[in-house]
Write a protein that binds this ligand. Structure first.
Ligand code: ACO
Length: 348
């Protein structure tokens, strides 16, 4: 069966812009440090109460659905990728189904962090190829701001992330050579704790006895405890250098895997849309693959790292800017927490 095409793409970012200088009022950091180490100039933060991961995803979805020339009632499957869901459970996909008054279609949440969108695309593509569904809505959305710690102790994490959403509608290709060529998914759980948020969770220190500094009484109320909050152990953790080292290895590898599988070389790429993790990671990948500037899309400067939303936001902007034309070879690639990494190669 032919692979899927992206029939419509949409995005939504909150109005509130936070520049690097705004962050210097909250923590000991500087515009120079942030730009030099990450490339980020500003990011968007969602309204504390009026915007959620699901509502941002819904706005992006409306745009993608309209551009696909269909209605929400035509959607026959929803896949929602996020690490910052509105509820611990249920997932965000059902909130989309409800808010957009869709039919009682399947609704799946994907928990693969930065590679979440590419994983979700891959799942959607398999359902299109099998003939099971004809109009799949794939959303990546994040409201990181509600869990970021805007204190100097977390500055190496908090300056990186931003909020936003992107969405696409997948449909079967029209047999004109366009569409998804292949997707490639990988993981290595050995470093699962290097970029993570352990709590609240059911682990009770099972994986690493020294993961958290709780006594037995505190462990009794482990899922969500006062001690956890008092000790700041309900916040994300990241070993930035370990993430960096693995990312620069796996990004080129998984892009080359997709190109090799389909008989292409880096020079054939119309556009590479890497997960917007860090401009230095993207530049390293560009150099390694000997890509020209016009072959790589970067917009981390404006939005920071929006995890599962970063690729669909970048895809949407690239398409709006005329950077993707019919027949172009487009590769989306991601690496992130887990670690997991993935690529998707398509003919636009
Ligand atoms: N402002 C000012 N100084 C800071 C900040 C900040 N925001 N954050 C850390 N520093 C300081 C540290 O305290 C340290 O100071 P010291 O030398 O006095 O101890 C110094 O800067 C260097 O700290 P490192 O953590 O070693 O800095 P590094 O050069 O590794 O840069 C960074 C940190 C940007 C996180 C880098 O490791 C990185 O880019 N890693 C990749 C991680 C990544 O991309 N994560 C995104 C999520 S995962 C993904 O999307 C793939």
């Amino acid at each position: 069966m032919p692979g899927s095409i992206i029939a419509g793409v949409g995005m939504y970012v909150p109005e509130n812009i936070y520049t690097n200088n705004d962050l210097t009022k909250l923590m000991d950091t500087s515009d120079e440090w942030i730009q030099e180490r990450t490339g980020i100039k500003e990011r968007r933060f969602a309204h504390r109460t009026n915007e959620t991961t699901a509502t941002m995803g819904i706005e992006a979805a409306k745009m993608a659905i309209e551009r696909a020339g269909i209605t929400a009632q035509d959607i026959d499957f929803i896949i929602f990728a996020t690490l910052s869901p509105d509820y611990y459970f249920p997932g965000c996909a059902v909130l989309v189904q409800r808010a957009m008054k869709m039919k009682e279609v399947g609704a799946l949440d994907v928990r693969n962090q930065c590679s979440g969108f590419v994983y979700a695309l891959s799942v959607g593509d398999q359902f299109i190829r099998s003939g099971m569904y004809k109009n799949i809505l794939v959303i990546g959305s994040e409201k990181h701001s509600f869990v970021l710690d805007f204190n100097t102790r977390s500055r190496h994490i908090s300056v990186i992330f931003g909020d936003g959403a992107g969405a696409v509608v997948l449909q079967p290709s029209k047999d004109d050579g366009s569409g998804m060529l292949s997707t490639h998914l990988h993981s290595d759980g050995n470093d699962a704790e290097m970029l993570a948020m352990y709590n609240p969770g059911s682990h009770a220190n099972y994986w690493h006895k020294d993961l958290a500094d709780f006594d037995d009484a505190e462990l009794g109320e482990m899922f969500e405890s006062h001690a956890m909050i008092d000790k700041y152990q309900n916040l994300p953790v990241m070993d930035g250098q370990a993430v960096f080292k693995k990312a620069v290895l796996k990004f080129p590898e998984v892009i080359m895997e997709a190109l090799n599988k389909n008989g292409y070389q880096p020079s054939d790429l119309g556009l590479l849309i890497p997960h917007q993790a860090n401009i230095r990671i993207s530049r390293y990948v560009q150099q390694k693959l000997r890509l020209r500037d016009d072959q790589v899309y970067n917009n981390i400067q404006k939005y920071g790292n929006t995890t599962a939303a970063s690729i669909p936001i970048a895809l949407c902007e690239a398409w709006q800017d005329g950077r993707i034309k019919k027949g172009d070879l487009v590769c989306m690639a991601a690496f992130g927490s887990g670690f997991t990494w993935a690529s998707a190669l398509m003919k636009w």
